[in-house]
Design a protein around this ligand. Sequence first.
Ligand code: 9MR
Length: 379
Amino acid sequence: MHKNKFTIAILLGMSSLALGCNGSAEQSKPTLKAPEQLTLKAQFKEHFKIGTAISRDQILGALPEDLNVAKAQFNTFTPENSMKWERIHPELETYDFEAADALVQYAQENNQELVGHTLVWHSQTPDWVFEDEQGEPLTRDALLMRMQNHINAVAGRYKNRIFAWDVVNEALNEDGTLRESKWSTIIGDDFIEYAFKYAKQAAPNAKLYYNDYNLYKPEKRAGAIALIKNLQSKGIEIDGIGMQAHYSLDNPELSLMEDSIVAYAATGIDVMITELDISVLPFPEGEEQGADISLDIALQERFNPYPNGLPSEVNTQLGERYKAVFDILKKHDDKVSRVTFWGISDARTWRNDWPMQGRTDYPLLIDRELKLKSFVSDL
Ligand code: 9MR
């Protein structure tokens, strides 16, 4: 099929070595053993845990190479979607634990710390959750009970098997005020307090986190700190804050990210970078960068400039951007306990479909051939 099968075989062997897979080349050529720093988890071992999101297809066996790479490169996993309410609890009396159970088991067998994502979120939560049998809005007490039942069923099921939970996700507006949602409208602003209390009861040994995007912004930072301090003042356990980091080549100003890391750590809780990816594609003017998944703009060619490969100068820019991010994270490795990428490789990342569907983006450290990018060793 190919004119130079020998070269291809060598390249494949080298890439599986670089990725720490058990390729046959590794057995037949022991002298070429991969240096430890050639896996991400080894490279950052002295600084923080290094994680990835795992999809349903990946965990259920449809993409075994992805999973092998994830196991080799990372030491903590987060389910990309499988534990969201609409997936794990699609109807009142119906739970679907298939993918979540498989992930919990795989993580245990492969020494991966697992972060559950997520218990209470305004998004990806079915309408029935907020309604009674007649379709009328639930009362505050009834919705609190529904929240508690869900948290008991999900967090309780994996008690002692899941290291930590993103208990509440994305409850803040960009200006730091509390987002209006069915949770806040029906229960009130204290829905966050109840979510953390119920999570503590259901999984007393799990770390409990608040997770959100654009937490580098000073206004949103102030809102998050108020949220943390409010819980702390009431004696409600919160162990950490997850700073999603859906960034691009020029956004955000990284000194803001650094200021936020320092400010969150000063509240006494863990700081984590939870959803790291750096888009190289132009972002439509006037739209809010971040991760508001309701944003869905029609595909335009000019916003998809690299459908057939990334020019090397842009790859270099990406490497420099990642280096700047990791320089800050390493500088604050006494505060940052984990860095999780939102996906394994460029082949399957939500960035290919947000804020426009069908683009070709290159936001991660592992390329479409499942190889580490050339700049990784400089990070
Ligand atoms: O990557 C996830 C994508 O596959 C889903 O369609 C989407 C909606 O559930 O959620 C994406 O993950 C989001 C995460 O759960 C919370 N922060 C923003 C992430 C990117 O949208």
